[in-house]
Design a protein around this ligand. Sequence first.
Ligand SMILES: CC(C)[C@H](C(=O)O)[C@@H](O)C(=O)O
Ligand code: SF4
Length: 465
Amino acid sequence: MARTMAEKVWEEHVVRRAEGEPDLLYIDLHLVHEVTSPQAFEGLRLANRRLRRPDLTIATEDHNVPTENIFLPIADPVSRTQVETLRKNASEFGVRLHQMGDIDQGIVHVIGPQLGLTQPGMTIVCGDSHTSTHGAFGALAFGIGTSQVEHVMATQTLPMTPFKTMAVNVTGSLKPGVTAKDIILAVIAKIGTGGGQGYVIEYRGEAIRALSMEARMTICNMSIEAGARAGMIAPDQTTFDYIKGRPHAPKGELWDQAVEYWKTLVTDEDAVFDKEVFLDADELSPFVTWGTNPGQGAPLDSVVPDPASFEDPVERAAAEKALAYMDLKPGTPLRDIRVDTVFVGSCTNGRIEDLRAAAEVIKGRKVADHVRMLVVPGSQRVKEQAAAEGLDEIFKAAGAEWREAGCSMCLGMNPDTLKPGERSASTSNRNFEGRQGKGGRTHLVSPLVAAATAVRGTLSSPADL
Ligand SMILES: CC(C)[C@H](C(=O)O)[C@@H](O)C(=O)O
Ligand code: SF4
């Protein structure tokens, strides 16, 4: 029977199947961070169990880490406890941990691909919703809850209920200045934050094929913001070239065998998806969010929508509430919205290509006087590479702050937060109330829009400079 890529990867990993029960899947890679692992380790300890496969488990410190003065003790007691607990657990259970200051430390979804741990055809889990990022390689990658984290630690398997399949077909090609971030914000605006519920999305079409691996990761990363269980992109030459030579990539003959297998991980031509969505890349322009969920977005060229224009009463009420929180008036051109802060970073857009894109725009220009710009590499290696290319100097010369790797202002779990009432343009993935700090207001944007906004001080694209 013809199968989709997601179904193929799933079938390869079933270790037990019984009528009326979820399939038990083998897990190839388990990524761990300090927020969702403490209770799982504690559960193992109480049950007197060891970790089943420490070699398939890797941990990093990301959410709670400060991005300045990383060799001083963490000031916030909750953050400090979480990080210290992970260190203690990793050493007790034999898990490789990349600590602050380690060259391989960084956001969990940045370091997996970077180390070559993330590979096509794998099942990958992490107690973190944006695990969907790894699907960009043709892996089936799910965010899981803490009790599931414990299950994987103890058994290297996970019971999983079947999913539905959705194809998001992106035809045509992107105009200059339009990026993967704009594609995914447009997809979520189209299908809604619940549109992907129960589905694994496969992104397909010529516009997707033309994207770099990092751009593909940006798209798969935000699948979860459409409510999907995972997002995937079929592996191709772009994927193989990205993985080749990385520390954990197969070598020699094993490499050739792996690529042969990876090439089979494409959706069969006559496979049928449960749902199909179409988008024309030629029609896209830079996209920004105006509301408090990632689906409340619109082209930068447009205006803050009037809640009355939403036919669905639930959407209308949500828009009213969002505009009140965001302190925005219907009809205001999105370009007139003035920001206080610009954040370039996160597992959505904190990779080297993102920093290059932002640097290209900001080079030789200045961050507006009323704006604070934070540039936070997704990992220490990204930081090192950016510095080798002189990007750090470009940002600093423009007046931006250049930081150490971590989740930073993507969420308010570390010192990088918005103050109440402050407004940001942010390359991250969530704009919920209080996400970047209590009372903070977030507009999700691409790195290009972020950089242009930093210069003009209002939501802008490079074409406005
Ligand atoms: C803290 C963590 C559990 C959370 C997630 O699961 O996504 C975080 O990474 C986020 O982005 O909100
Ligand atoms: S960067 Fe943001 S979205 Fe990504 S893992 Fe960290 S907190 Fe979650």
